[in-house]
Design a protein around this ligand. Structure first.
Ligand SMILES: C[S@@+](CC[C@H](N)C(=O)[O-])C[C@H]1O[C@@H](n2cnc3c(N)ncnc32)[C@H](O)[C@@H]1O
Length: 297
C-alpha cells in the first residue's frame, strides 16, 4: 500500500450513547468480557489497549499494574480519563498505524472491535508486534466474514459478496469483515502463534435477546464457542509472539520510559506541557492526554 491508509475517525462521535448505552447489547458486552477473562494472564506489568474508545472494556485489565489506552479520538479518551483517572492509566491519542512506543514496552495488548476499521491489516499488526516485549501476549477480536447468516444469504443468492473468499469485504466505508483464514495467515506471518480461538456472539438476534436473560445467552454462547466452528459473527484470537523483541517491558511507570517520537523514532523529553524529540519535533499534552496525532511544529 503506497498512500497512507485511511483512518476511521470517531472524533466526538456518540459511539457510547448510540451503540452501547441502553441499546440492547448487554449480551455482546458480557460474552466479550467473559472471553477476555479466559484469555488474559492473571497479572502483568503493562497492557496496551489499542482502540480503547471510551474505555468500555478497560475494567477487565485491572490485574495489570499500568494500562495504556490508545485511540485516535481525543474525545473518547477524555471520557475514559474522567472515569478512570491517572493512577495506573495512561492516555495516548494516536494513529494505530504510527504508534509512539519504544520496542518491547508492553507485556500484553488487546484490540477488540477495532481491526474492522483497518484497510492495511499487516501494517497495524506490525505496530503491535513492535510494541510487545519478549513472549508478549495479544488478544485480537475481528468481525467474521464467513458467519452463519452471510453463508445462508449467499446460498439463497442474497449476498453481494462471497463469504468463502479470503479477501476482506468493506460493507460500509472503512468497515471490514475478514475471513478467519485471512486473519490467521496475517497474524502468523507477523510472528504470532495462535494459542486459542473463540468464536463468539452466536445469538445476536433481537428476538432471542429479548426473550432470554443475558446469563443464559452467555452460557449458551460459551457452549457454542466450544464447537470451535468459526462461523460466528465475531472471533477472538489468543496470540503469543513467537520471537518478540529481546527486551522485557520496562519496570518504571514513567511515560517517558515507554514513549518515543512516532516521526523520528527518537526518545522524548518533557518541555513544559509538551514533549520534544531529539530532533525538536514537539507533541502536545491536552487535558492529561498525550496527543501524537499531529506534531505541533
Ligand atoms: C468500535 S470502537 C471500539 C472501542 C472499544 N475497543 C470497544 O470495544 O468498546 C473502534 C475504536 O477504534 C478507534 N480507531 C479507529 N481507527 C483508529 C486508528 N487508526 N488509530 C487509533 N484508533 C482507531 C476509534 O476511534 C474507536 O474508538
Amino acid at each position: 500500500m503506497t498512500e497512507s491508509p485511511r483512518i476511521c475517525d470517531y472524533g466526538d462521535s456518540r459511539y457510547r450513547q448510540d451503540f452501547w448505552e441502553g441499546r440492547g447489547r448487554d449480551y455482546e458486552d458480557a460474552v466479550e468480557r467473559r472471553v477476555l477473562r479466559q484469555f488474559l494472564p492473571r497479572s502483568g506489568r503493562r497492557l496496551l489497549e489499542v482502540g480503547a474508545g471510551f474505555g468500555r472494556l478497560t475494567t477487565e485489565y485491572r490485574a495489570f499494574r499500568q494500562v495504556v489506552l490508545l485511540d485516535y479520538s481525543l474525545e473518547q479518551l477524555q471520557y475514559a480519563r474522567d472515569h478512570f483517572g491517572d493512577d495506573g492509566y495512561l492516555y495516548i491519542a494516536a494513529d494505530a498505524y504510527r504508534m509512539p512506543f519504544r520496542a518491547g514496552a508492553f507485556d500484553a495488548a488487546t484490540m477488540i472491535r477495532v481491526i474492522h476499521h483497518f484497510e492495511d491489516v499487516p501494517a497495524v499488526l506490525r505496530q503491535i508486534r513492535g510494541a510487545l516485549a519478549k513472549d508478549g501476549k495479544f488478544i485480537l477480536e475481528f468481525a467474521n466474514k464467513r458467519h452463519l447468516k452471510s453463508i445462508l444469504r449467499h446460498l439463497f443468492g442474497r449476498n453481494a459478496w462471497n463469504p468463502f473468499t479470503l479477501d476482506p469485504v468493506e460493507f460500509v466505508e472503512l468497515n471490514f469483515d475478514f475471513h478467519p483464514d485471512y486473519m490467521r495467515r496475517h497474524v502468523n506471518e507477523c510472528g504470532f502463534v495462535i494459542r486459542r480461538t473463540a468464536p463468539v456472539s452466536w445469538l445476536r438476534l433481537g428476538l432471542l435477546k429479548r426473550a432470554l436473560p443475558v446469563g443464559l445467552l452467555t452460557a449458551l454462547d460459551s457452549a457454542l464457542q466450544r464447537s470451535g466452528w468459526a462461523i460466528s459473527p465475531s472471533i477472538f484470537l489468543d496470540l503469543q509472539l513467537r520471537d518478540g523483541s529481546a527486551m522485557s517491558a520496562p519496570a518504571s511507570d514513567d511515560a517517558l520510559d515507554i514513549l518515543r517520537c512516532p516521526e523520528t523514532d527518537s526518545s522524548l523529553r518533557r518541555d513544559g506541557d509538551q514533549l520534544i524529540s531529539e530532533s525538536g519535533t514537539r507533541w502536545a499534552m491536552r487535558g492529561g492526554i498525550y496527543d501524537f496525532r499531529h506534531p505541533l511544529n
